[in-house]
Structure formats: C-alpha cells, structure tokens
Design a binder for this molecule. Structure first.
Ligand code: EPZ
Length: 430
C-alpha cells in the first residue's frame, strides 16, 4: 500500500488547480443510465471513486470512453468522458461492487425509472457512521416503486413506470435528493420534493438533467418541482469545481501561511467555510482566476463551528478545520451534526501532539504551539487529508499510511502541494 511522506514547516506559495467535484461527478455519471443517448462529461476528476463507478456502470451496460489528451492540455486538466447506456443489460448492482462505494447505491433510481426494476445491494455502514438508505427508499416508494429487502439487497419494481409524487424528507439528504431528482425526471406526472438538499452538487445534477431534457424547477432551494418526461437525451456538461478540495487547500494555506491561488475555484460554492478560514486569520479573495488565499504570519485564531447542510459549514471540511485549529491560539469547538461517528481523525491528530477532547458530538480543541510529525493512519477520505494538513505544519517527518483513502477524492494531491513548496512524496508499495 502506498504511503505519503511529508516533512512539515514549509509555507505554501503558488498555484493549485482545483479539480472537478467528486460529489458532483458521481451522480452525473449515474445519470447516464437515464438515457440511450451519450452523456459527455467534461472536467471529470481522475479519482479512484470515478474509476470504480465506471466499472459499476459498465456492469449495467454503460460504454465509457475517455477522450485523449489534446495539445496544450495540462496534466491536471479534467478529463472529458463519454458515457453511453444504449441498452441496460443488467439491473443488478452486486454487493462486491456497491460495498466499495456507497454512492453506487444511487443507480437504483435511474435503473427503475428506465427499466421498471432494479436489485441493488444495501451499502452497509462505513467509517463515518451507519449511513442508512431508508430515505432514498422512501423517495422511491413515493414515486410508486414497490420495495422489498431480501438477502441484503433492495429490490425495487415499478412495472408500469414511476409516477409523480410528493416527497417530504424529514432530514436533509443529498443522496435522497439525487435519487428523487433522477427518478422523478422519467416519472409520469409531477413530483414535488420538500426539504430538498441545496448542495451545489444537487444544482449541478439538475442542470445536467435539464440539458438532457428534464423539466426541473427550484434546484438549489428547499422545494424542487419535477415534471416527468417520457425520455431523456444525451447532453454535454462540465462538472463544477470541487468546493471540498477548495476548502481543504484554503485550510492548508491558513495552516502553513503563504499565498496560493486556488485556480478555477468558486468562493460562492463554499462561502460559509471561507468565512471560517478568514476567522482563523487568513484572507480569501475571489479573483478572475479562482480564489486567492493568503496568511502572512500572526497566530491562528480559534473558532466555534457547527456542521450543517448547505449553505452551512460542510461536514466534509470538519476534519480539515480541526487539524487547522490544533495550532490555534486558544480553544476551538467543532460540533458535528451530520454524521454521528465522524471523529476518527481525533485520535490520529493526537499523535501529532494535538489536544482534543470529545464531548458527545462536540470536539473541544485546545491549541498547541507545535505539532510533531508522526506515523499516522488514514481512516476515511476527509480524515486522511486532515492528517496531511497537520503534517504540513508539524516539525519533522510524518508518514501517512493507507493513502488509498486519499486517492478516492483528491486528485494529484502530492503534486499539487509539492508545486507550492511542500516537502511531500508518495512512497509506492512497489
Ligand atoms: C453525501 O453523502 C456526500 N457523498 C458525502 O460526502 C457528504 O458528507 C454528505 O452528502 C453530506 O453532505 C457524496 O456526495 C458521494 P446524506 P450522502 O444523505 O448523500 C442521514 C465525502 O467525504 N440519512 O446527505 O450519503 C445520514 O445518515 C462524502 O465526500 C438517513 O438517515 O449523505 C446523514 O446523517 C462522505 N437516511 C444525513 O442523513 C437516508 O436514507 C445526511 O446524509 C439517507 C441519509
């Protein structure tokens, strides 16, 4: 297994290109199941999760073609990919594929919408919590699907097609909203989704579906109305920039000090998070080329933050923020309200000398002046990058083990940081 070795203490200066958003790319790829036409996605990041989903979709009959490099393309430029599900050859998503990536459960809605049936393995728990799919299944039932759970699989049937319904989510769910949008787009009649997730990735999916011919109003607000159509077409769509990658590198710069342009980033996609980065003492300014983050000396200031659905502070940046304020001049509090077990990084951050105490869903972080490099272990995607942020500021050497978690969601991390002056190298298992 690959490891990443980091020697801390270098300021970050330069440019980091921001990739297409993983959490937009995955539902967009899944949307290709809704049409016989070709869905072309631009700015698709090169990530392990994207490749894994391509394998899962191939199993259903999706042809997946990556366009070759064009002259003038840089290594970090996103890929252009054509997805064509001319014929769905298999409506079963087996356990060995779904268990590797939870988002693959979302194939349920387009498969039922197009084929009238699907059998998709239940994804099971994961490192950040139990993560049930009851609300996704509820949405499918509201759209007229009959659902059975058998042998660890959700079996959904709608022989005469899905029909419009009224879906009220008792809790904001991104996956639930993606499911409802994809199902309702090909349902007979109109669907209203109440208490919909407002994440930018929802808006990106809705925009792509509309290019494919779907009739959707209100994406990005709490109430979305979808008028079903009988068929969707192919389309061309560019994946929006990754707000979590943007926030992660903004926090890395806030940690080490320096001046970095996050090229292609959009501040409006993560204003709440950038406000918090500014509270810690860094400056974040939107320019024509992206978001410029600077911190020129001065202590890191402590913060008091609660994770919330969009537009609040995202759970996917909670671990990175915690790493940053381990060196704050004072006591910070971070409350996690989305996932019940998303504190796996706490014990790893302690290995750098961080002082963190857990009180229920709140972490109380007493800032220390210095962190010291240590061997640490990645537990999930965002937790692992929090260890990288700590390592960038720690004295001496850190070895981050189990790097495959990072590869799931951060494209060319060591290259991007290395180009800005960080001492970071990947040690391949060989
Ligand atoms: C998406 O997961 C993201 N994944 C997650 O990013 C992100 O942390 C999460 O949204 C919240 O923003 C992708 O986009 C691929 P939810 P999702 O349904 O859709 C509960 C990362 O690191 N819930 O919005 O699975 C659930 O347990 C990942 O990139 C139910 O109770 O999250 C949680 O408490 C990790 N029943 C809350 O809702 C359900 O049926 C929000 O989850 C579904 C969810």
């Amino acid at each position: 297994m690959d490891r990443i070795r980091i020697v801390g203490g270098h300021r970050l200066n330069g440019t980091i290109p921001i990739s297409g958003a993983k959490n937009a790319a995955l539902p967009l790829m899944i949307a290709s199941l809704l049409t016989e036409g070709t869905l072309t996605l631009e700015n698709l990041p090169r990530l392990a999760d994207v490749s894994q989903l391509a394998r899962i979709l191939a199993n259903h009959g999706v042809d997946y073609t990556i366009e070759g490099k064009r002259s003038g393309d840089s290594d970090t430029q996103g890929q252009t990919v054509h997805l064509a599900a001319r014929q769905i050859v298999d409506t079963t998503a087996p356990y060995d594929l779904v268990s590797k990536m939870r988002a693959s459960f979302w194939v349920l809605a387009p498969l039922v919408a197009r084929m009238g049936e699907a059998k998709v393995s239940l994804p099971g728990g994961c490192a950040i919590g139990t993560r049930p799919v009851d609300l996704l299944l509820m949405a499918m039932k509201e759209l007229g699907a009959e659902i059975e759970i058998e042998g660890g699989y959700a079996i959904a049937r709608a022989k005469n097609g899905l029909k419009g319904g009224d879906i009220l989510f008792p809790k904001v769910t991104v996956g639930g909203t993606h499911t409802a949008l994809m199902g309702a787009s090909l349902a007979h009649g109109t669907t209203v989704i109440h208490n919909a997730a407002r994440e930018p990735e929802i808006v990106d999916l809705a925009e792509c579906l509309m290019k494919m011919g779907a009739k959707i109003k209100g994406a990005g607000t709490k109430t979305i109305e979808v008028t079903g159509v009988t068929r969707l077409n192919g389309a061309r769509h560019a994946v929006l920039p990754d707000r979590i990658e943007t926030g992660t590198y903004a926090m890395a710069v806030a940690m080490t000090g320096g001046d970095v342009l996050l090229q292609g980033a959009r501040a409006d996609l993560l204003q709440a998070a950038l406000d918090v980065v500014e509270q810690t003492g860094a400056k974040c300014v939107q320019t024509n080329d992206g978001v410029r983050v600077t911190r020129n000396g001065g202590a890191i200031q402590p913060v008091d933050v609660v994770t919330e659905p969009y537009p609040g502070f995202p759970t996917d940046l909670q671990a990175q923020l915690m790493a940053l304020v381990t060196r704050a001049d004072g006591v910070s509090r971070i409350t996690e309200t989305i996932f019940e077990n998303r504190f796996m990084h706490v014990s790893e951050l302690a290995r750098f000398g961080a002082q963190i105490r857990l009180d229920g869903d709140t972490a109380i972080i007493e800032g220390v002046q210095t962190l010291k490099g240590a061997p640490v272990m990645a537990t999930d995607l965002r937790a692992s990058v929090s260890l990288v942020i700590a390592a960038l500021a720690a004295e001496g050497e850190t070895m981050v083990n189990r790097v495959y978690h990072l590869d799931r969601g951060f494209e060319a991390l060591e290259k991007k940081l290395g180009a800005c002056g960080a001492e970071v190298e990947r040690i391949s298992a060989g």
